[in-house]
Design a protein around this ligand. Structure first.
Ligand SMILES: Cc1ncc(COP(=O)(O)O)c(C=O)c1O
Length: 397
């Protein structure tokens, strides 16, 4: 395969995927792989899901693009459904009644950029500090990269966007250390967090730590941005990861699984905050275009009608408990179908994932000794057992 003109930003496996169906993908040699990664937590409904396929086929024959200079009813419909989902999750997690508005994007990083710009506009330039968590990941564009808490990803791209600081994960004493100096609290515009740090290796954020972080933000009239790009839409066995942590986000970012593979992201904000934006403050050529919206509407409806959030919760619990018994596994972290498998010392995640791939299972060696699993929410018990078996064999090999 000729990859000579592809920029060298990834090291793809020597496997060419050509087709997908349900929980499986197929390579150009006809080999079948059970997909326990879903792109990277993208195809929650599995591949070629009939409802999404049908929605896209219908839409492409009707009108395939509408710019934001005109109205498009799918934008209004999708924004309403996303608002209903987020508002009702906030109500059940905290009792608060809120309603919000959505800006559509084409990726996770763009959803984060929108959250950063909205925060800055809302804060009217009076406050410009956004505090994130070390090891967090929010994307690769410069704003999202500056919010990200990983120096190794930032170092070659300085100067970063100013106005970001980070506290260590689950270390409440850091909150005062970072915000206690140089009048930082007076300049605090927002905190940003992932409910579970996915790219860092699936590290859940502690409830107590979040409570303090959120309380600090609220006490200082700063916003709480919840990055649900990886954890949202049922992945953790709840519609949103913030439900476990029972806090009220002011801004929520989505992408990845929203279009089940069709690129679309969203930035939701409570209406009083969203209203800081006026025409010409922000925009996107493709954001909210009808193919993307129809894929997202079909995806959300399929998650709902097939009760996939409950499925993710139940199979996730089972997988997490079984993985804990596998020889060579030191720790299992995560919730629902976002799972981090920490391997015992001396076992390399890359070797395990390569062995699993050879035996027909796709997993993700996200850190040296950590495997990330993000199987589709349509997984069933038989396929969960198959995946567990192949992974167990790969670890022992
Ligand atoms: C939590 C989180 N935020 C943001 C992003 C960036 O999303 P994208 O790659 O679509 O820009 C990712 C991607 O992995 C993510 O996991």
């Amino acid at each position: 395969m000729n990859y000579n003109h592809v920029m060298n930003t990834y090291s793809p496996q020597e496997v060419t995927l050509v087709r997908g169906e349900g929980c499986f993908v197929y390579d150009d040699k006809g080999n079948r792989y059970l997909d326990f990664l879903c792109g990277i937590a993208v195809t929650s409904l599995g591949h070629a899901h009939p409802q999404v396929t049908q929605a896209l086929q219908n839409q492409v024959g009707v009108i395939s693009h509408v710019s934001n200079l005109f109205r498009n009813e799918l934008v209004g419909e999708l924004a309403e459904i996303i608002d209903q989902k987020i508002s009702s999750a906030i109500r059940s997690a905290t009792g608060s009644s809120v309603s919000g508005k959505v800006f559509f994007t084409n990726s996770g990083a763009e959803s984060i950029e929108c959250a950063i710009k909205l925060t800055r506009k809302w804060a009217h330039g009076r406050r410009n500090l956004i505090v994130g968590i070390e090891k967090s990941f929010h994307g690769r564009t410069l704003g999202a990269l500056s919010a990200t808490g990983q120096k190794d990803k930032q170092v070659n791209f300085e100067p970063l966007v100013p106005g970001f600081a980070h506290v260590r994960l689950n270390q409440p004493e850091d909150i005062d250390k970072v915000l206690g100096k140089d009048h930082a609290k007076d300049t605090l515009a927002a905190i940003i967090l992932e409910p579970i740090l996915g790219e860092a290796g699936v590290w859940p954020v502690d409830i107590e730590f979040v409570r303090e972080l959120v309380a600090t933000a609220k006490a200082n009239k700063a916003l709480v941005i919840c990055d649900e790009i990886q954890t949202g839409l049922g992945r953790t066995g709840r519609w949103f990861g913030f439900e476990r942590l029972a806090f009220e986000p002011d801004i929520v970012t989505l992408a990845k699984s929203l279009g089940n593979g069709f690129p679309i992201g969203a930035c939701w904000a409570r209406s009083d905050i969203a209203d800081a934006f006026v025409p010409s403050d922000h925009g996107s050529t493709f954001g909210g275009q009808p193919l993307a919206c129809s894929a997202a509407l079909a995806t959300i409806r399929a998650i709902e009608t097939n009760d996939l959030v409950a499925n993710a919760r139940e199979l996730g619990q089972w997988l997490i408990s079984q993985l804990g018994k596998v020889d060579g596994v030191a720790q299992v972290r995560g919730e629902g179908l976002l799972i981090g498998v920490e391997l015992e010392e001396g076992i390399q995640a890359k070797k395990v994932s390569y062995k699993a791939l050879t035996n027909g299972l796709i997993v993700n060696p996200i850190r040296e000794s950590t495997i990330r699993l993000a199987p589709p929410l349509i997984l069933d018990m038989d396929l969960a057992k198959t995946g567990l078996e192949i992974l167990g064999e790969a670890i022992s090999a």
